[in-house]
Design a protein around this ligand. Structure first.
Ligand SMILES: NC(=O)c1ccc[n+]([C@@H]2O[C@H](COP(=O)([O-])OP(=O)(O)OC[C@H]3O[C@@H](n4cnc5c(N)ncnc54)[C@H](O)[C@@H]3O)[C@@H](O)[C@H]2O)c1
Length: 372
């Protein structure tokens, strides 16, 4: 399907798309372009006028500006696709202005930010959704069904490996320029930790976290999670391709799959293994478009949101807790480097209250190659 093909009869609500980089070009604008009237109903906002104009020409949108607080017309909704550390502030601005918001993952940088966002959406009576589109993968939905059915008995152990060489075509390269956006765990974990919470129907305590960073941007991180009796080991990386699979070992069987096989999984019950095709093989962008289309339908009163940012928020607490607890991998080649202590001090995290460690949030429920 071409990016300009029309597939809907519904007119487009007025929407501000804030941040016109890679995510907007891949997950948002090709879909918005399909709605009749979108040429003038959508305003592209980027602090780089050149970026907004060039993306506008590429997708056929004529309205652009550089400041999300000074839009050329009032909007019904905002799609926030800026770097991570701007999501909470920008999403809150739109919610408080009476707009519905679809925000990229991670929805916020910290638990207080995500809680405040969710509270703002509730108090303003607006829809707040987050682009955790991996929840729509048919294979992931089947995993959840099987787990929740309890037919495989108690879950003993889960392991997930999630990593590829960083190859995403970011317009601003913020992922590596700004240590405050953290690294691979916040980036990929925003999908994967959320999916594990959603599969298991609860939120864990972080037992151990190890990273390769000196307080700045992590490129490899291992996190061990305890979901009551179930131990979950996770591994994240952006240097090279990891195994990219999941394995869920249960009392009476096992569920296994490739992390980026959205369609198939294998289920072993009492020693017999079957390959299950849970749905058609589609591309990861199809799922992101499906979720954004659901947001537009929800804003227009034609559908209920498939899930809300409030459902995803517990994963931000888990990720933050892992960063707070992280210790360095054994990397003896740095031992006699005099700069390491200084770097570590410079990037020391601003510790938040440990009280969140006592919480037990109930959570519910995100490609290889280009998407991370
Ligand atoms: N859901 C997913 O699987 C997925 C995949 C990729 C990226 N993302 C998320 O999308 C977000 C954006 O990532 P990206 O790869 O598109 O980044 P990018 O660098 O390609 O684009 C960011 C854009 O935001 C603009 N910008 C920066 N500050 C701004 C401001 N104050 N106001 C307006 N515009 C501003 C930049 O000029 C740039 O054009 C990230 O949070 C990332 O996690 C999600």
């Amino acid at each position: 399907m071409s990016k300009n093909e029309r597939t809907t009869h519904f007119r487009c609500p007025t929407i501000a798309v804030v941040g016109c980089g890679a995510a907007a070009r891949e997950f948002c604008l090709p879909l918005l372009r399909r709605y009749p009237g979108s040429e003038t109903a959508v305003v592209l906002v980027d602090h780089s006028q050149q970026q907004a104009d060039s993306v506008g020409r590429e997708f056929g949108f004529t309205q652009t500006c550089t400041d999300y607080r000074c839009l050329p017309f009032a909007v019904d909704a905002a799609v926030v696709m800026t770097p991570h550390n701007l999501h909470a502030e920008q999403a809150t601005h739109f919610l408080r202005s009476g707009c519905h918001v679809f925000v990229e993952k991670p929805m916020a940088m910290s638990p207080p930010q995500s809680e405040e966002l969710v509270a703002s959406a509730a108090s303003c009576g607006r829809i707040l959704m987050v682009n955790n589109y991996r929840r729509l993968f048919p294979s992931y939905q089947r995993v959840r069904q099987v787990i929740q059915s309890g037919t495989l008995g108690k879950i003993d152990r889960v392991s997930i490996r999630d990593g590829t060489e960083f190859g995403w075509n970011s317009a601003s390269s913020f992922y590596f320029r700004d240590p405050s956006v953290r690294g691979v765990l916040l980036d990929r974990g925003a999908h994967t930790i959320d999916v594990i919470n959603w599969w298991l129907g609860k939120s864990p305590r972080v037992a151990k976290a190890e990273w390769d960073a000196h307080g700045g941007i992590d490129a490899r991180m291992d996190v061990l999670l305890n979901y009551e009796q179930t131990e979950v080991s996770t591994r994240f990386g952006r240097f090279y391709r990891l195994a990219n699979d999941y394995r869920i070992e249960c009392e009476d069987g096992m569920i296994k799959g490739r992390l980026f096989d959205f369609s198939r999984l294998s289920i072993t019950r009492h020693g017999v293994t079957e390959t299950v095709v849970a749905g058609p093989a589609r591309s990861h962008t199809d799922y992101a478009w499906q979720l954004l289309a659901n947001f537009i339908d929800a804003v227009s009163g034609r559908a209920e949101p498939l899930f809300l940012a409030a459902d995803v928020a517990p994963s931000i607490r888990v990720i933050d807790e892992a960063y707070q607890l992280a210790t360095r991998f054994n990397m003896p080649w740095y031992d006699d480097d005099p700069n390491i202590a200084m770097l570590t001090r410079r990037h020391q995290p601003q510790h938040t209250s440990p009280s969140h460690r006592d919480g037990n949030d109930e959570g519910k429920d995100g490609s290889e190659g280009s998407a991370r």
